[in-house]
Design a protein around this ligand. Structure first.
Ligand SMILES: N=CN[C@@H](CCC(=O)O)C(=O)O
Ligand SMILES: [Zn+2]
Length: 411
């Protein structure tokens, strides 16, 4: 197998405290060797071993590829008019999902695949090397199943979001029976987790609890969309059910923050029971004109925070993790190192992929992602900048110069 040496790295963010300093495990004047799709060696450039090929980073920054732990990429149609109305003062409401559901049901497999491929390519160009995506714009057994199958050919994790909305014309009680029974059974072989939109206008606390219990009964992990449009039970429900993450979190009270932080009290990386990751979605908060999630408060309380794009046509039509990181720094009070960690290792923890041995939707066992340490999947991005700080210092600039995923150059 050909080994690649990336050397003369000005600033390397590893997320590995045993390798470098501070929150990001940073090393200066560093080098990395990639072999067989994994990181083989990390250390000082001056001590780097020989390799078959060499990439000269010329003093620029290298960091783990982004782990985008929350997207909705299987859809058809357009919601520009809804966005324009929102910018003119209308509030976002969950019901808008139905517009995308109608268009998605009417689309061919080829159309859905083409949109997904375009968005994945966009994300890769922006430095994203691990992608989760959700179903949730089909909301019939057949349409949810085909969304899961289409997504599973391409992304790293597929989440079943049949509990996105009670579709137009359906009876809420009947739909809940379907989504926790036959629909879940049909989709379960193709997904690793179940999600529920716990919000007024979607699923209340009781219905959400049933969705989470149905996931657990089938041995599936879970996520919750919670506390997005107002204060609700989502965050605490997620913790109580041992969900991997609860996402959005614009409306949290002290008890929610304590519950999220407290869920990590017995966890150390690699040991102890894990908690529920608090996933913040800065691009969505901006695009819906909702309060920014209190990421600073969550980190200070001891929660594990992830940053994700929530790329979807309704509330956050961007896959730019660089933009999300810049917003988290400029508007949410995170340091650059904290934001980069949340958008890489944080996302990996939110998906249960920070340790070796997780399975992708094709059934392949995968190495850990989210950190640059020996044995991890070789997912890296080289910035056209001397440090990761430029992501926030030069917001909106296309700083991603090269991207490797499992050792393969993908951008
Ligand atoms: N909040 C629920 N679901 C998506 C939005 C879906 C839509 O409006 O199409 C979200 O995460 O923001
Ligand atoms: Zn979402």
């Amino acid at each position: 197998m050909t080994a690649l040496l990336i050397d003369r790295i000005g600033e390397l963010t590893t997320n590995a405290p045993e390798i470098g300093e501070g929150v990001g495990g940073r090393l200066r004047d560093a080098a990395v060797v990639v072999e067989d799709g994994r990181i083989a060696w990390v250390g000082a450039a001056a001590r780097a071993p020989q390799a078959d090929e060499r990439c000269d980073a010329e003093g620029r920054a290298v960091l783990p590829g982004w782990v985008d732990s929350h997207t909705h990429l299987v859809f058809a149609g357009d919601r520009t008019a809804e966005f324009e109305a929102r910018m003119a003062g209308e509030a976002y409401a969950a019901g808008g999902i139905n517009v995308t559901v109608e268009a998605t049901r009417a689309a061919s497999d080829a159309q859905l695949q083409a949109t997904l491929a375009r968005l994945v390519a966009e994300a890769r160009r922006g430095g994203t090397t691990t992608l989760e995506t959700k179903t949730g714009y089909g909301l019939t057994v057949a349409d949810e199943l085909r969304s899961a199958v289409i997504a599973g050919r391409v992304v790293d994790a597929v989440t079943f979001l049949g509990a996105h909305l009670v579709p137009a014309g359906a009876d809420p009680a009947d739909y809940l029976e379907l989504v926790t029974g036959p629909m879940l059974d049909a989709v379960a072989p193709h997904v690793s987790a179940v999600d529920v939109f716990c919000e007024s206008g979607a699923f209340d606390g009781e219905a959400s609890a049933r969705v989470l219990a149905a996931a657990a009964e089938r041995g599936l992990a879970s996520h919750v969309h919670g506390n997005q449009l107002g204060h609700g039970p989502g965050a605490r429900l997620a913790v109580a059910h041992g969900a991997l993450s609860v996402d959005h979190l614009g409306f949290l009270d002290d008890g929610d923050v304590e519950a999220l932080a407290g869920s990590w009290a017995r966890w150390q990386e690699g040991a102890g029971s894990r908690g529920t990751v608090a996933t913040v979605l800065p691009a969505c908060d901006l695009s819906t004109r909702m309060p920014l999630a209190p990421a600073r408060r969550l980190l200070d309380a001891g929660a594990v925070v992830a940053i994700a794009s929530n790329c979807n046509p309704g509330t956050s039509y961007t896959s730019s993790m660089g933009f999300c990181v810049a917003t988290a720094v400029l508007q949410m009070g995170l340091s650059v190192q904290e934001a980069v960690r949340a958008a890489t290792l944080g996302g990996a923890i939110a998906l249960g992929m920070h340790e070796d041995g997780w399975r992708d939707p094709r059934g392949e066992t995968q190495p850990a992602v989210g950190a640059i340490r020996p044995g991890a999947r070789a997912d890296l991005q080289l910035l056209d900048a001397p440090s990761a700080t430029h992501l926030a210092y030069r917001p909106g600039m296309p700083l991603t110069a090269s991207v490797w995923r499992a050792g393969e150059r993908v951008a």
